[in-house]
Design a protein. Sequence first.
Length: 490
Amino acid sequence: MGNAQSGDSYSREQGISAYRKRRRKGRVARIIVGIILVAIIGGASYVFGKQFIDPESVPFDLPGVDEAAPVEEVEQAEVQEPTTIQPATLSLVSAGDVILDGEAAESGRTESGAYDFGHLFEKLKSELAPFDLRIVNQETAIAGQKFGFGAPVPLNAPQDLGRAEKEAGFNVVLRATDHTLDTGAEGIHSELQWWHENFAQMPVLGIADEEPENNPALSDYVSDVYVFNKDGFKVAVLNHSVEISESDEDVVSHLTQDKIAKDVAKAREKGAEMIVACPHWGEEGNSNVTDEQRRFAWIYANEGVDVIIGTHPRVLQPVEVLQCENGHKAVCFYSLGNLISSLTDNGLMGGLAEVQLSRNDQGVCEVTSATLKPVITHRGNGTDYCTYLFSNYQNDILWTGWDGWPDVDEWNRRLQELLGNGYDPNAREYRVDLGTTTSSVPEVPKQEGADTKANPNQQQQKDDQAEEGVDDEYYGDDYYFGDYGYGWDY
């Protein structure tokens, strides 16, 4: 039994010893494999480290790396973010001539002897209010009392007129007209000084101070080019006038081809994406567009102007869409007639040009709609003297200064004849068909300045007055009736 136990014990010890030997051999083998792997990895790191390891990024020296050698940098290509253009819209309304003379001027005199002209525009406030740009052509100077009030010359009114224009809602005043210099350069300075002291932010276009270096405050906000910015959508307004001599071009913006080109370029430099030009042109009392007006309209259009809004003829004229050879279109309101006046017949009918402009997400800008809404001056007594939107004017309030004075139906007939089928007598407005265009440029002499051809009817009127001894100062009845109304000679 003892031998058997001894044998069993021996065999057990041998098995344990053999097991331990196998474990030691396995451990040694794993160590050897680990050493080999470390060697392989280390060698690879050494080989590739020269190309991919930045010596500056490790806290110790790498063998085989020359610190003096330049390290090539791999430039990352900049990813250009696409430019995002925000679509935008801008609305504008523009009114015709404000001629403050005769009964219109007297209607603003208060019992104290001061003046208040707010009633003249009261009926139009709600129509003007929704628009971004609200432009008025102030034909009458507001140089101050020392220059005398009256008409025909100087055509100068109390400065309270400017306050009434501002309170009516207008935010751009046009002043380049044939009457701008009635009070001389000194009168221009006086008017600009008044605007600066009372409404310094009001853009007054078309005139400038004679000595801007002596009046930097005036030259800061007065310009021939004004750029209106609505949420990054920039629209420029230009103002030019006929009948300005070269010696006066420093103080009044003259209508010439060269001046148009310079002002359009200036507008583009200021970032304008669309341009509205407001020329004072044409022939007084003539509802027909002159060759000279058409020539300048095409000059504007070919320079890239988008909307042309004319004044000066004292009566309404037609509207056209001009299309240039490059495809550019310009909507042209040749004349808006009068907004405020003491004239007669068609001289009392004017219009508001209402235009919608837009820019899409590709940066393409265009006129999306254009409408002419007639207005009529009501020659009432005192503060009843005002201008109505024609659509709000009814026969029961119609002024009947003379027998046979036109009623609403007659006014509608005249507007239909003048403006064509686009005029809606029910809505009493003319909607411009932007798809119907004119593409021919009239062949007229390319002379600078205005068409100086005299109106034969007007000349006959003057001859008749001279024979009858009519007082030129009595301008209330100084008219003639032609195809579309009166003639007027200041």
